[in-house]
Design a binder for this molecule. Structure first.
Ligand code: ZN
Length: 210
């Protein structure tokens, strides 16, 4: 007599439908998880970028102490960029490259740095016959509320700020490449990530000498 518990004989292996169902489930899980992984990787790069910016802030302070409290220009009268003036204090070229723009090479003529200084605080030293005076650190009343620099977009421009924005409500050249936002260096040395639109539009007084 046939046991009632006997499993009916089946064809061995999977049916096509079962196989397709498993593949579909894997595909759905992957499509859910991959954006999460990408976001986590970008978050890590954002942290590394904030660390770079913190070092840049320290280098700026060291430079300022050596130059009687006066900040560097974003562009030196002899054509050097700010990171050339800071190099004796940084002693590292890779630190001027944002990890999310790691394809940019500090020794490349057009794509050197992922960071730009605020042109209001660090004006251009170019200008004839007399370049504008550099800003003294003591002129900044609220360093913690004054942006010193930010993630920037164009490789061969070394500043960010208000004056070249045209009709845009956004400051010139800031790049929101870190999870819909950018890292900002403040003049007291702290670094903060701010989402696009969160208090750093062109008209915001964080860009002024406060
Ligand atoms: Zn960055």
């Amino acid at each position: 007599m046939r046991s009632r518990y006997t499993v009916p004989q089946q064809n061995s292996g999977f049916t096509l439908i079962e196989l397709l169902t498993v593949i579909a489930i894997i595909a759905i899980l992957a499509s859910i998880l991959f954006p999460v992984f990408a976001k986590a990787r970008e978050k890590a790069r954002q942290s590394a970028c904030a660390s770079n910016m913190k070092q840049l802030g320290l280098a700026i302070m060291m430079y300022t102490q050596d130059y009687d409290g006066v900040l560097p220009y974003y562009q030196h009268p002899f054509g050097l960029a700010w990171y050339d003036d800071l190099q004796p204090y940084l002693k590292n070229r890779q630190i001027i490259v944002c990890p999310s723009k790691s394809e940019w090479n500090p020794d490349d003529a057009t794509h050197k740095t992922g960071y730009g200084l605020n042109e209001t605080v660090f004006p251009s030293g170019l200008g004839s016959p007399n370049p504008p005076a550099a800003i003294a650190l003591a002129e900044i009343g609220s360093p913690s509320e004054t942006i010193g620099g930010a993630d920037k977009n164009q490789g061969n421009v070394y500043m960010v700020g208000q004056s070249f924005s045209g009709s845009s409500s956004w400051p010139y050249n800031v790049d929101t490449r870190h999870n819909e936002g950018a890292n900002f260096l403040f003049m007291d040395g702290h670094v903060k990530w701010m989402r696009k639109g969160a208090g750093w539009s062109r008209s915001n007084e964080l860009w002024d000498l406060n």
